[in-house]
Design a protein around this ligand. Structure first.
Ligand SMILES: *[C@@H]1O[C@H](CO)[C@@H](O)[C@H](O)[C@H]1NC(C)=O
Ligand SMILES: *[C@@H]1O[C@H](CO)[C@@H](O)[C@H](O)[C@H]1NC(C)=O
Ligand SMILES: *[C@@H]1O[C@H](CO)[C@@H](O)[C@H](O)[C@H]1NC(C)=O
Ligand SMILES: *[C@@H]1O[C@H](CO)[C@@H](O)[C@H](O)[C@H]1NC(C)=O
Ligand SMILES: *[C@@H]1O[C@H](CO)[C@@H](O)[C@H](O)[C@H]1NC(C)=O
Ligand SMILES: *[C@@H]1O[C@H](CO)[C@@H](O)[C@H](O)[C@H]1NC(C)=O
Ligand SMILES: *[C@@H]1O[C@H](CO)[C@@H](O)[C@H](O)[C@H]1NC(C)=O
Ligand SMILES: *[C@@H]1O[C@H](CO)[C@@H](O)[C@H](O)[C@H]1NC(C)=O
Ligand SMILES: *[C@@H]1O[C@H](CO)[C@@H](O)[C@H](O)[C@H]1NC(C)=O
Ligand SMILES: *[C@@H]1O[C@H](CO)[C@@H](O)[C@H](O)[C@H]1NC(C)=O
Length: 369
């Protein structure tokens, strides 16, 4: 056993001397450690958060942010909020066992390196909240094992490449707050004949971009999609009845777009619905009474639209409702405040700027608003 170990070290030392002598004052650091020192070089580290990366250690497994499998193989790098600036180096892809790279919440700039596509075993990539700019390199979608891809809060622009459909294991795609344009790629949703698409997607976060076009009906084929977050884009169209086919949907966050037409009654088919955010659109028509069938709902925000007619009393039967925002619409009739006051968990109810009649009942005081 010990002999094997010695061979192992010697082998790696040998490699190191050949490969790495030019940039690392190596004593005993293994190859993966040397790659990490190289990776570190492209960062600027004013807070010295990477100081522990010491070339005298035998492995980098004790360095801050580094996680290892079997105490030797670097499997994760998490440098979230390390105050790093400078660039991201794709030499990190030389780490053969790396499955997670998370450098979120730093000041890293430059393009997203297209060579990151060489990180073939990567399952989680989080570059959120940095200063990356430029377009999304299609090579990113060569990382066939990616489960989570988060690029939110950067300065990425251009269209989302159709190649994203190559990420067949993707569960979370989070790219909010960038400058993406164009349509939501149809390749995201599996077509029956072609199951090699992102069928596992659970979270699709594309908020705060400049995406346009109509409601992505094809995404109904994503049977596990729970969060559809498209707020603050330029989507303009009706919310189609097919929204009822999004069988796992819990959070449709569609607010701050220019959706028109009425809220489809098929919304009642969303048995998992938890938060319905349709505010600040141009929806008209009445509030569908069928919404009252979505019994697991805890928040409903339909404010700042042009909804008219009565508030359906069925909404008062949603047992765990915590928030109901209907302000700035054209609603009329009785405001149902008495009925709502029986919902003990309701802590936010705003109805102002509508056309309600009748006095404000004393029960209102019990809502804690
Ligand atoms: C990041 O830099 C700020 C300002 O220099 C400092 O207050 C903060 O402690 C640093 N955080 C870390 C994790 O180094
Ligand atoms: C890792 O660092 C801790 C202190 O942070 C130290 O106690 C421990 O001995 C180190 N382990 C290795 C294998 O270097
Ligand atoms: C980052 O990359 C740019 C060019 O892409 C280069 O000018 C700059 O020096 C790099 N910064 C660091 C810290 O390597
Ligand atoms: C990145 O790391 C932070 C801090 O550990 C964590 O909260 C976040 O979920 C990670 N990102 C991904 C995509 O797992
Ligand atoms: C996507 O998959 C197709 C077909 O499998 C392949 O030809 C193409 O090179 C892949 N593109 C990327 C960016 O991975
Ligand atoms: C998006 O583009 C606009 C105009 O080109 C620019 O003013 C804005 O700062 C950009 N925002 C981001 C997050 O890149
Ligand atoms: C959906 O999620 C379930 C439970 O987590 C899982 O068993 C199933 O494989 C997922 N479906 C797809 C298409 O990934
Ligand atoms: C989707 O919804 C529409 C309208 O509600 C319905 O006619 C259609 O059969 C549904 N399609 C699937 C595939 O479930
Ligand atoms: C809702 O608005 C659309 C146009 O956006 C209009 O065609 C339709 O008649 C309106 N419906 C109601 C009930 O006001
Ligand atoms: C209110 O919420 C609590 C948890 O926050 C839950 O245990 C309770 O069942 C809810 N009450 C009603 C009436 O839904």
């Amino acid at each position: 056993m010990e002999r094997e170990w010695n061979y192992y070290i010697q082998f790696h030392l040998h490699l190191l001397l050949i490969v790495c002598y030019s940039f690392v004052p190596v004593e005993s650091l293994n190859e993966e450690g040397a790659f990490l020192l190289e990776f570190k070089k492209s960062f600027v580290d004013p807070s010295n958060n990477l100081q522990r990366c010491n070339s005298l250690d035998s492995t980098p497994c004790n360095w801050s942010g580094i996680g290892c499998a079997d105490n030797v193989r670097v499997s994760s790098i998490n440098l979230k909020a390390f105050n790093l600036s400078g660039n991201l180096s794709s030499c990190v892809c030389k780490l053969p066992y790396l499955t997670e790279l998370n450098v979120s919440t730093n000041f890293i700039s430059g393009h997203i390196p297209s060579d990151l596509g060489h990180c073939h075993n990567l399952e989680v990539l989080d570059l959120c909240t940095n200063r990356f700019h430029g377009e999304l390199p299609t090579q990113l979608f060569e990382m066939a094992f990616l489960r989570k891809l988060s690029l939110c809060e950067n300065f990425v622009y251009g269209e989302i490449p159709e190649e994203i459909g190559n990420l067949t294991l993707l569960e979370e795609l989070v790219i909010y707050s960038n400058n993406l344009t164009g349509m939501i790629p149809s390749s995201l949703s599996p077509i029956p004949a072609e199951i090699s698409k992102c069928g596992r997607l659970e979270v699709l976060g594309l908020a705060q971009n400049r995406l346009e076009g109509s409601f992505p009906i094809e995404l109904q084929r994503l049977r596990n999609l729970t969060d559809l977050v498209l707020l603050q884009n330029l989507l303009s169209c009706e919310i189609p009845p097919e929204i009822g086919n999004f069988s796992s949907l819990e959070v449709p966050a569609l607010h701050d777009n220019t959706f028109i037409g009425s809220i489809p009654k098929e919304i009642e088919k969303l048995t998992q619905l938890k938060r319905l955010y349709l505010y600040t659109n141009q929806l008209n028509g009445t509030t569908p009474r069928e919404l009252g069938s979505c019994l697991s709902t805890i928040q409903i925000d339909l404010s700042e639209n042009q909804l008219s007619g009565f508030v359906p009393k069925e909404l008062c039967k949603i047992p765990n409702l915590q928030l109901l925002q209907l302000f700035e619409n054209l609603l009329q009739g009785r405001s149902l405040l008495v009925e709502f006051s029986e919902l003990h968990n309701l802590s936010a109810l705003e109805l102002y700027q509508n056309r309600f009649s009748g006095p404000i009942p004393p029960e209102l005081g019990q809502l804690g608003i």
